[in-house]
Design a protein around this ligand. Structure first.
Ligand SMILES: [Zn+2]
Length: 380
């Protein structure tokens, strides 16, 4: 058993290294042309989709009054969110997550409890999101969904469903902007238009936000905090890179990397938060056919929305909304399953049952995974 396990670990680590040396564009989205001439947003309407909103708009001007910019650290906007060649030249106080690997004390980057996975999906809602919601619902699993404001406008019914099914709805900016590249006023516009678009659909205002690409610094954090938002990123190294399918990554490399993380979980001092997406069909495919079946088959792992793992019963400015804070689960390395692995009918779903589903529905590239995972988790 130990030999099988060590062979598996070696294989998965090699695959991880290969993918780590591949192309490293963070997220690929189509280039689009945004308006360059300001026109006020009509009452009841929204700014141009996927474009940073104009700050001259009276609505944005009103939101600017919510922030005392004399308290905001002064750093020049980055150039397209990209790190300077000499990262040592960045002032320490800027605490730029992507370029300096700097975490502020208030950044949410882990779940506190070992074995707890802050389950998150970014960039939705999309036409493919319902396939993800179906699987989560089947297992009574809730996630944190970081919503792009423009997508909330495009797919309000999908967002409504996510909210009604008890997922934690959170903010991922209006246009999926590289936030450090924006002016102070543009950061306000990106966050508040998204908050408004979500509120208009579900009637509550999210408190949690995630900077696209993890691109955040002290200036952006300060503005977000003054607006009442909590900055949630992900655990360093826990990026699935699902957005790189099918170019720099494949479902196989992503699943292999994910499996290598699972091996390390018992040795971590905390739980973890993973970066995944639900905007492209390939991203949803690898989640529902690759990652989730493995996770459901794994013992000692509890998947929760970030607010749940932080024991925060108020993820919205208005309170709990449809989010239900469950009692702390008994998780960790003791082999028990938490409340997230409960069937939709309220009965416990055993890992054996999930394993059989995996065996019958899994695509070819998943062959053997359930056996490998069983070996992996029997080792601790
Ligand atoms: Zn994103």
């Amino acid at each position: 058993m130990v030999k099988i396990l060590s062979t598996l670990i070696t294989a998965t680590l090699c695959l991880s290294m290969v993918s780590a040396h591949g192309l490293h564009s963070i997220e690929k989205r189509a280039e689009l042309v945004c308006p360059t001439v300001y026109a006020p947003v009509a009452p009841g309407a929204y700014p141009a989709l996927d474009c940073t909103p104009f700050t001259e708009d009276p609505q944005v001007q009103a939101w600017l009054k919510l922030v005392d910019f004399s308290k905001t650290p002064v750093f020049p906007p980055s150039i397209k969110g990209e790190c300077p060649v000499d990262t040592a030249s960045i002032p320490k106080g800027r605490c730029w997550w992507t370029c300096q690997k700097c975490e502020d004390k208030d950044d949410i980057v882990v779940c506190p409890k070992v074995g707890t996975w802050g389950l998150t999906y970014d960039d939705g809602p999309s036409p493919d999101s319902p396939r993800l919601y179906d699987v989560l619902k089947q297992h009574n699993t809730k996630a944190t969904l970081f919503i792009v404001g423009s997508r909330a406008v495009s797919y309000p019914e999908t967002l409504k469903r996510a909210y009604n099914e008890g997922h934690q709805i959170a903010i991922h900016t209006w246009s999926h902007a590289k936030i450090t590249s924006l002016s102070n006023a543009e950061i306000v516009a990106e966050l508040k238009w998204t908050e408004k678009a979500i509120f208009d659909v579900i009637g509550v205002s999210p408190i949690y936000w995630r900077p696209p690409y993890g691109d955040v610094d002290a200036r952006a954090r300060n503005i977000a905090t003054q607006l009442g938002f909590k900055t949630a990123i992900w655990t360093q190294g826990f990026d699935t890179k699902d957005y790189e399918i099918p170019t720099a990554a494949t479902p196989e490399t992503i699943v292999a990397a994910f499996k290598s993380w699972l091996v390390n979980i018992p040795n971590m001092k905390t739980g973890f938060i993973v970066l995944e997406h639900d905007v492209l069909p390939e991203e949803v495919d690898v989640a529902v056919k690759g990652i989730l079946p493995i996770a459901y088959a794994a013992k000692g792992l509890t998947m929760e929305p970030i607010a749940q793992c932080l024991n925060d019963g108020k993820p919205y400015k208005e309170g709990a909304g449809t989010f239900k804070l469950l009692p702390p689960s008994s998780t960790g390395t003791n082999g028990t399953t938490g409340p997230s692995v409960v069937g939709g009918d309220g009965k416990n779903t055993t890992s054996a049952a999930v394993g059989s589903v995996l065996a019958t529905n899994a695509p070819a590239w998943m062959a053997g995974v359930s056996i490998a995972i069983a070996a992996m988790f029997s080792a601790y």
